[in-house]
Design a protein around this ligand. Structure first.
Ligand SMILES: Cc1cc2nc3c(=O)[nH]c(=O)nc-3n(C[C@H](O)[C@H](O)[C@H](O)COP(=O)(O)O)c2cc1C
Length: 189
């Protein structure tokens, strides 16, 4: 028997991304976002749900652009901090000792210390209620050298991303359960 927990915004696991924008006065800002993920293959798109009232919300609408920065585990304190304070009140890049680099394709800064970053131009906006879903077209993924996996693509263990448990703690990536689009083939026979 399952116990009902009601209508809640629970999902496991969640990411903990840093959304990079220039604020309306042109200063680089970051905010933490867990309600985000890939939403389309062609064009390649990433969606992030941001509450109206956040400085980042205003900034995305102004510049029609944002970056999605995938932080490594060692940045957990900075990630939590960027989700506790508004860029209206503090310079989060300076406080968290992070470096803002101007995007090469969009008017938004990315975080140099994050091993992987995505530059996105605003593609669609959907008002959902408390949150606006910003769908960004990924124009480029930039990754540090040496993160490639032996099978092609980028290696999640080398990236060492933060895994966020809805409303709870931050974790690191756990055990490898098997190769995707492959281990299931044994049941398809
Ligand atoms: C782990 C974590 C996840 C968060 N996820 C989101 C999110 O997905 N959407 C959102 O609107 N706010 C989210 N927040 C809250 C914002 O990051 C927070 O309000 C931030 O101060 C906004 O910054 P800004 O005003 O500089 O844009 C999250 C905070 C934390 C700590």
């Amino acid at each position: 028997m399952k116990k009902s927990h009601g209508a809640k915004t629970l999902a496991f696991p969640l990411p903990a991304y840093l959304i990079g924008t220039y604020d309306p006065s042109g200063r680089p800002n970051i905010m933490t976002a867990a309600w985000a993920g890939i939403v389309c293959s062609e064009p390649p798109c990433l969606g992030v749900a941001i509450r109206a009232g956040r400085l980042t919300h205003e900034s995305i609408l102004k510049y029609q652009a944002f970056t999605v920065n995938y932080p490594k585990a060692s940045l957990a304190t900075a990630v939590d901090y960027a989700g506790l304070v508004s860029g209206r009140d503090q310079d989060k890049f300076a406080k968290a000792n992070l470096t803002a680099i101007e995007g090469s394709l969009v008017k938004a800064p990315y975080v140099a210390e994050c091993p992987v970053v995505a530059e996105c131009r605003l593609y669609k906006t959907l008002e959902l209620g408390t949150h606006t879903l910003f769908v960004g077209e990924i124009l480029d993924i930039k990754a540090d050298e040496g993160l490639e996996s032996s099978e092609g693509g980028l290696d999640i263990v080398k990236i060492d991303p933060i895994v966020f448990a809805s409303g709870g703690h931050y974790y690191k990536v756990g055990a490898d359960l098997g190769k995707a689009f492959s281990i299931g083939l044994s049941l398809r026979k």
